[in-house]
Design a protein around this ligand. Sequence first.
Ligand SMILES: *Cc1c(COP(=O)(O)O)cnc(C)c1O
Length: 368
Amino acid sequence: MSAPRLEINLQKLHHNARTLVKRLAGQGIAVTGVSKATLGMFEIVHTWLGAGVGSIGESRIETIEALVRSGITVPLLLVRSPMLSQVDRVVASASISCNTDLGVLNALAAAAKQQGRRHGVLLMVELGDLREGILPADLESVAQQILAMANLQLMGIGTNLGCQNGIAPDAQNMGDLSRLTTALEQRFHLTLPWCSGGNSANLPWLAAGGDPARINHLRLGEALLLGREPLHRTAIPGLHTDAISLVAEVIEATHKPSQPWGERGRTSFEGSPSAPRREGSSQRVQRALLALGEQDVDPAGLIPPRGTVIRGASSDHLVVESPGQLLAVGDEQRYQLSYSALLRAMTSPFVDRCLVDGSSIAPSARCR
Ligand SMILES: *Cc1c(COP(=O)(O)O)cnc(C)c1O
């Protein structure tokens, strides 16, 4: 079996999706599964749909087009505002897109008219995290203009917190979203299908008893894939955090001094984990090199197996110390992943993706 490889346990992913879909349905909340960290991997999307996820969210039109080609028929939501240069493709393949710009909305309307389609719009509202969204003060006027565009359907409003500045969903901002929804409905005498409260960062707030009020939709990626919420990276009760793991191979295993010697300058990857300086310590430690680096994964997002400490990473090497365990060349080690590590590994041409079920690895034919 080749390394590095992502091992993807579809049973565990099914369990995560089923558990969250059921839990949230109890609060009147529907789930869009956001598959962007997996590049819309078909087997995962298919598993989610089987577990009751009703629609799929993706950030790239290329992936949405691939999902359409693969025969997925549920609504596909483009979770990033369309590029002006891609509106034709967006209308042709995505049923709904998140939007924040009137120029883009006008172009979407024109493209939809030309293609004889109706395109759904989830209008994103800025509630403090300072990524996408129109300001609440502009909501009524923008909504009015969308409602005047014959080939667009206003599906509702949404917000996205957590991703840019780590702003947490709370009673204030979530209450604002509900109140804005109700105000729009009253102003324009209509019913909006979606009040889209956010992403995986909303789950701790809901679990702590937050009142969803009008919120009836969430867009979930990390929680479904990794069983964690993004704000504090804590595990969500009842979910698997190891449904996807990364296996890498040892290419050097030896005892070396714990401290580097010689004059010290900068390193090639400043952001990577690196050894803290322990002056005067010349102790020899069991160290290993793994064939895994920045070209494969975000090393800062790797969670090592028990007894292993990550000491550094560069483009192709991961340096670890494993005091409690004698590693040998050819050994494999299994790491858990943060969202950024998963995204990079899925995107790397050097990392295989293997489907495994239960605890036994399926035939290597299931890697690609
Ligand atoms: C990526 C993304 C999501 C999913 O976020 P998770 O934290 O993975 O749940 C939801 N909404 C938007 C707009 C996104 O870009």
